[in-house]
Design a binder for this molecule. Structure first.
Ligand code: FES
Length: 158
């Protein structure tokens, strides 16, 4: 069930659109902002407000890879695996992250702090390799830089 704050924010957002269904992505983003991800219940709640079927809302949610349909960690690391980053060291970045955090792509650490997900181009090709953590872009990645970033987000040294 939506909280009053979520409902209010969605209703305010919908005023920007002549067709309420056009606010679907924003409604999903609002729920994710408060809960970290969008559950089946959240999908049904949005569907009711937007006069869509749950399947229609879910198809929008699953089309956009930045809407999470499963619980994720407190910090979501999106690692770019598109061509410039691939050439400039994606394999190294992925291996360093997965080894430091002890998880594979698509997984969340046992303490619920970090999730690593692959993502298409972050628009920082000239600064490759790049990744984004909680909407903050990090570029020119190397081993030292990745360790600094993980530390900044609270990863404890082992
Ligand atoms: S290819 Fe990685 S940011 Fe564009």
């Amino acid at each position: 069930m939506l909280t009053e704050i979520e409902r209010q924010e969605i209703m305010t957002e919908l005023q920007k659109y002549s067709l309420k269904q056009a606010g679907c992505i924003e409604a999903l983003r609002i729920i994710q902002k408060y809960r970290g991800w969008v559950s089946d219940e959240g999908i049904r709640d949005i569907a009711k407000i937007l006069e869509m079927t749950p399947d229609e809302v879910d198809s929008v949610a699953t089309y956009y890879n930045l809407i999470f349909r499963k619980p994720v960690g407190k910090h979501v690391i999106l690692v770019c695996d598109s061509v410039s980053c691939w050439i400039m060291g994606y394999d190294f970045v992925r291996e360093h992250l997965t080894s430091r955090l002890g998880i594979h792509l698509g997984e969340t650490t046992a303490d619920g702090q970090f999730t690593i997900l692959p993502v298409a181009c972050l628009g920082a090709c000239d600064k490759a390799p790049a990744m984004m953590v909680n909407n903050e872009l990090h570029a020119y990645l190397d081993e030292e830089r990745i360790d600094e970033i993980l530390k900044k987000y609270g990863r404890k040294e082992t």
